[in-house]
Design a protein around this ligand. Structure first.
Ligand code: PLP
Length: 416
């Protein structure tokens, strides 16, 4: 029998732990929606399954092992995100859940400042929100935030809480937002900043301690782990003072007989009532550990080469127009949205799936205000009056190859 204290992250078997699973002949260019599962995540789940037991709720060996695995996963993911010693790492279902949790945890009266370029998950949950227009450049974003915070501070006292909520990388364009500069501006005005890293973390390191970012939200299913696990990490004080996000077993220190006689826990347990998703947490931690051990600079460089191949190829197709917020050369991760002039995007996506076995996304990508704006801008820039009202999005990651990119480019050339 293995030891209860045995490591839960499997030792490498020779295969690259960051290989991803998939189905041969189906070209997956939809990583931004849900990335394929990494081998290391599947191995971690398979290794833990025989030990599967209740988490935080039992004295037996299985339960101890499962509890240990869960808490180790928390630690590993916290390390991956560069958390500070007094940060909390709370397991959620996904980024949407994490941002909703934070939205409920901000102190009463908090003003939230965000931009119109956000995914709905970072646009809709906030109370008291000031939505700034989508800026034309990363520098303009920093300037606009400084001005907005200056104005808010003139109307409030220095201690009134303000939270800036911004994406790390756009799910529509892949463009990276200047989160460190935004954090500096936020802190200069006594505000905090939360970064929606759903699209950033799979491609680039996120480091709370080094960047000064106060909160970060991620989704496991975009980070090569299975569905059902997300994380909110960041400053403990607001989280510990907030009402529990989920109410029930595990969130309490004690419950008396009187209706309201409840002592709520502090720490992650306060917001994690109910039996947690152990396998999801362990799978995500295994990916985080593997990414931490990998040469992320090299992974990024490889992805950038593929992205350049994709964007160059799209640019060479006269009937294709790319969507973008910032300049063509702004830093971005492996996501490109575009339209095929004169063709309905849903029809193109269906045809790519049926005739070419290519999976990508069409629509407005749960970022309706941004996507609509970029479609208008693309029509103006290209001078074409026949652009469709929705777009296509191709996104790449660890398992993507030049052959995948070329298959899309060839198909689009044919579809004309
Ligand atoms: N934020 C961004 C930037 C996203 O791209 C997404 C999903 O596409 C989300 C948040 C929401 O992620 P989830 O659906 O995993 O909650």
């Amino acid at each position: 029998m293995g030891s209860v204290l045995a490591p839960v992250v499997p030792t490498p078997t020779g295969a690259d732990p960051l290989d991803v699973l998939g189905v041969p002949d189906l070209v997956n260019l939809d990583y931004a929606a849900t990335a394929p599962c990494a081998r290391v995540a599947a191995d971690a789940v398979a290794e833990l399954l025989p030990w599967y037991g209740s988490v935080h709720r039992g004295a037996g060996g299985l339960s101890q092992r499962s509890t240990l695995a869960y808490e180790r996963a928390r630690q590993t993911i916290g390390d991956f995100l560069g958390t500070r010693p007094d940060d909390e790492v709370i397991f959620t279902r996904n980024t949407t859940d994490a941002l909703n949790l934070l939205a409920r945890a901000v102190p009463a009266g908090t003003s939230v400042v965000t931009f119109g370029g956000e995914h709905h998950a970072n646009l809709l949950p906030w109370p008291n929100v000031v939505r700034l227009p989508v800026p034309a450049t990363p520098d303009a974003a920093v300037r606009a935030l400084g001005e907005a915070l200056g104005e808010l501070r003139r109307g409030s006292d220095r201690s009134a809480p303000i939270l800036v909520a911004v994406t790390g990388a756009s799910n529509v364009t892949g463009e990276c937002w200047p989160t460190e500069a935004l954090a500096t501006v936020a802190h200069r005005h006594g505000a905090r900043i939360a970064v929606d890293a759903a699209q950033l973390a799979p491609h680039l390191p996120v480091d709370l301690a080094a960047s000064g970012i106060d909160y970060v939200a991620i989704s496991g299913h975009k980070l090569y782990a299975p569905f059902g696990t997300g994380v909110l990490a960041g400053r403990a004080d607001w989280l510990d003072a907030a009402p529990p996000y989920l109410v029930g077993g595990g969130a309490t220190l004690g419950v008396g007989n009187a209706t309201h006689d409840v002592r709520w826990a502090t720490g992650p347990g306060r917001h994690e009532a109910g039996t947690p998703n152990l396998l999801g947490a362990v799978a995500l931690a295994a990916v985080c550990a593997a990414l931490d051990a990998a040469d992320r600079g090299e992974l990024y460089a490889r992805e950038q080469r593929l992205l350049a191949r994709l964007r160059d190829g799209l640019r060479a197709l006269p009937h294709v127009v790319e969507l973008r917020t910032f300049g063509a050369d702004a830093p971005r991760v492996g996501i490109v949205s575009f339209v095929v002039a004169g063709r309905d995007s849903a029809e193109v996506a269906t045809e790519l799936g049926r005739r070419y076995a290519i999976g990508l996304r069409d629509g407005l990508f749960c970022a309706h205000p941004l996507a609509r704006r970029l479609l208008t801008e693309a029509a103006d820039r290209s001078g074409r009056g026949d652009l469709p009202p929705t777009a296509l999005r191709a996104s790449i990651g660890l398992g993507s190859t030049p052959a995948h990119v070329d298959r899309l480019l060839d198909a689009l050339a044919e579809l004309r």
